[in-house]
Design a protein around this ligand. Structure first.
Ligand SMILES: [Zn+2]
Length: 199
């Protein structure tokens, strides 16, 4: 690498830590910011600081939020009798984008993976079971991924909730095996949600 001043080298190293950013892209971004107007660079820096201080996790569904309750949990027009269980906020965003779902969510924060040492206590399963009150919840839609970890998580949830008087469904049709929900187009997601089946 060319001999850049330390400040540039440090920024390149920081950008390189981001997912999907290789050394070359990191270098291009750093040089772009060097030549960008001062206010642009300052705004980016401020946004990064604000991200860490202003974004919190919804106390109910564990989605990303800027309030104690996220916008969906606080919205009386959403159906809080239906909970869609997802692995992470990006999967939730993919379902929201399809505009087919008007219920609420539960973000697990991962999936069961014994190989990686991720057990039931490491994701928000106890919190889900705590929310699954048949007096309030009619249906739980399991929208974990279709890979081994997602299926194991779905089976675990079903096993724990089948004795309660709640309909448990699984989205499937159109979502590719091993599929990452983030990359499912909105129309396919809409079909997958409409054609969910009982577990
Ligand atoms: Zn919420």
């Amino acid at each position: 690498m060319i001999h850049y001043p330390d400040a540039i080298l440090k920024l390149i190293a920081s950008f390189s830590l981001l997912p999907g950013i290789g050394r070359k892209t990191a270098e291009r971004l750093a040089l772009h910011l060097l030549h960008a107007p001062d206010h642009e660079a300052a705004a980016l820096a401020a946004d990064i600081i604000a991200l860490k201080s202003a974004v919190r996790i919804c106390a109910t569904c564990f989605a990303l939020s800027d309030q104690e309750k996220c916008r969906i949990c606080a919205d009386p027009s959403r159906d809080h009798g239906v909970i869609c269980v997802v692995e992470n906020p990006a999967d939730m965003a993919a379902i929201e984008k399809s505009k087919v779902f008007s219920g609420s969510y539960h973000v697990l924060g991962g999936a069961l993976s014994p190989i990686d040492g991720i057990g039931p206590d490491d994701i928000r399963l106890a919190e889900l079971f705590g929310r699954a009150d048949p007096g309030i919840v009619r249906e739980i839609i399991i929208a974990t991924r279709t890979n081994v970890e997602g299926e194991a998580t779905a089976a675990y949830i079903l096993d724990h909730l089948k004795s309660r008087n709640i309909t448990i469904t699984r989205i499937a049709s159109g979502v590719p095996m091993g599929g990452d929900l983030q990359y499912v187009d909105p129309l396919t997601m809409q079909k997958a949600m409409e054609k969910r089946y009982g577990c």
